[in-house]
Design a protein around this ligand. Structure first.
Ligand code: ATP
Ligand code: MG
Length: 420
């Protein structure tokens, strides 16, 4: 063991478990790729201003969780805590919204960083796959994203997740509600910090996890009673569209989410097997974000799904993904001549697209066969001096245990045929 360990709140992804992570990322991305979303990649850090303005000065993400730092050159940067602000920044910078092709639909996959108190399902470095549809106000787009996330989870075999849905109103109706909520909250018995929150971000108080706070919130004004007609009609259409697709959801009038940029549609995917860290993904509409970061009005909607928690959800439901073995053929040479011949065969198989591996380090038959077993290969090719003298190699089917001699020149063709 080395002197070094992974930093607090982080963990390494190693085989064989890492294969599940890759498969989860792929499963979330597949429905997006299939629905007109193009891949986008942005830097791991941005100007800190992008997040303080975009995500919001009053959010936990910006005030408590952001890894912000000053570079040697004096730039104020932050490791990205989320993806939406960066993706929108990139789209605006490249003028994608001016290409006359709205909405601009993008998907991403990457690492995000938040200085949180580490616990199961809550890390300082974690992975998300996300999608953003920029520049269109259309309830069908909100519905599309919810349906695609549902499809992604289902394709993984997850069943015990729920979709929570709410509308946060828009710049017409939300301020009226905000004022009414502030009036109500000011009459409660709350601690100093929560009282401060009433002024800067009163909706977040609804999200307080403490029992004594939740008890006092009974009878608080609800946003749904304040929605303007346009927001109400929009929300009704989103609900109708996802219902028509058979996607079940629950109305959650208290769902607010921890980012300031959300308007209208907001949703969260929760999994009931995860304990306190139950949110596996979340998203919503962010019609005002572009203007908040200096762009034109571009109504948009998106989500981000947490890869780490999705993997934990699979474990919680006892789902094991049916992953193909990484190696199809394992070659075991016995002696120098066999080494030369089989190494060439392995290279040829790989060029033909067949996953093949080789016994390195001059091992004996016993040790090499152990490696072959561990590799999960369907076939093993063994060759010793006597085999080669007869112009053959031994082909072993690792499932049936059957072994037969195959001519050296025929082995690649034979393996191609058997592996389909
Ligand atoms: P939470 O309420 O659990 O703090 P959040 O609202 O901060 O979640 P989002 O910013 O909406 O989360 O991020 C989307 C998803 O990313 C979450 O649903 C979760 O699956 C994942 N996620 C967020 N923060 C972390 C973290 N610190 N560790 C692991 N996954 C995370
Ligand atoms: Mg959080």
């Amino acid at each position: 063991m080395s002197t070094f360990k992974a930093p607090k709140g982080t963990y390494d992804l190693l085989p064989p478990d890492s294969a599940t992570y890759l498969a989860v990322r792929e499963a979330i991305a597949a429905p997006l790729r299939n629905s007109g979303y193009g891949y986008v990649e942005t830097p791991g850090f941005e100007n800190v201003e992008l997040f303080s303005r975009g995500v919001g000065e009053s959010t936990d993400i910006v005030t408590k969780e952001m890894y912000a730092f000053t570079t040697r050159g004096g730039d104020q940067l932050a490791l990205r805590p989320e993806g939406t602000a960066s993706v929108l920044r990139a789209a605006l910078e490249a003028n994608l919204h001016k290409a006359g092709n709205l909405p601009v639909k993008l998907w991403y996959s990457g690492s995000y960083y938040r200085y949180e108190r580490p616990q199961k399902g809550r890390y300082r470095h974690f992975s998300q796959v996300g999608a953003e549809a920029i520049g269109a106000e259309d309830p069908a787009l909100d519905a599309e994203l919810i349906i695609l996330a549902d499809q992604a989870y289902r394709s993984l075999g997850l069943r015990e997740f729920r979709i929570l849905l709410n509308s946060l109103g828009d710049k017409e109706c939300r301020p009226v509600y905000r004022a009414a909520l502030q009036d109500f909250l000011r009459g409660l018995d709350l601690d100093e910090e929560t009282r401060r929150r009433i002024d800067i971000n009163p909706l977040r108080v609804l999200d307080d996890k403490r029992d004594d706070v939740q008890k006092q919130l009974v009878g608080a004004p609800m946003l749904r009673d304040y929605l303007c007609d346009a927001c109400k009609a929009y929300h009704e259409q989103v609900r109708e569209l996802i219902t028509a697709e058979g996607v079940a959801y629950e109305d959650d009038p208290k769902l607010v989410r921890g980012l300031d940029y959300y308007t209208r549609t907001t949703f969260e995917f929760v999994h009931d097997g995860l304990g306190a860290q139950s949110a596996v993904g979340g998203g919503g509409r962010y019609d005002g974000l572009s203007e908040m970061i200096g762009g034109p009005a571009l109504p948009s909607v998106g989500w981000a799904l947490g890869v780490d928690r999705t993997v934990l959800a699979l474990e919680a439901e006892g789902v094991t993904l049916d992953l193909p073995s990484a190696t199809s053929v394992f070659a075991v040479p016995l002696g120098d001549e066999a080494r030369r011949v089989l190494f060439a065969k392995v290279t040829e198989l790989r060029k033909a697209g067949i996953a093949a591996d080789f016994s390195y380090g001059g091992k004996g038959l016993k040790g090499a066969m152990k490696n072959a077993n561990r590799s999960g290969a369907r076939f093993t090719v063994v060759a010793g001096e006597r085999d080669l003298a007869e112009g053959v190699v031994q082909l072993k089917d690792m499932e049936s245990g059957e072994q037969e001699a195959v001519a050296v020149e025929a082995i690649v063709g034979e393996l191609k045929a058997r592996l389909g």
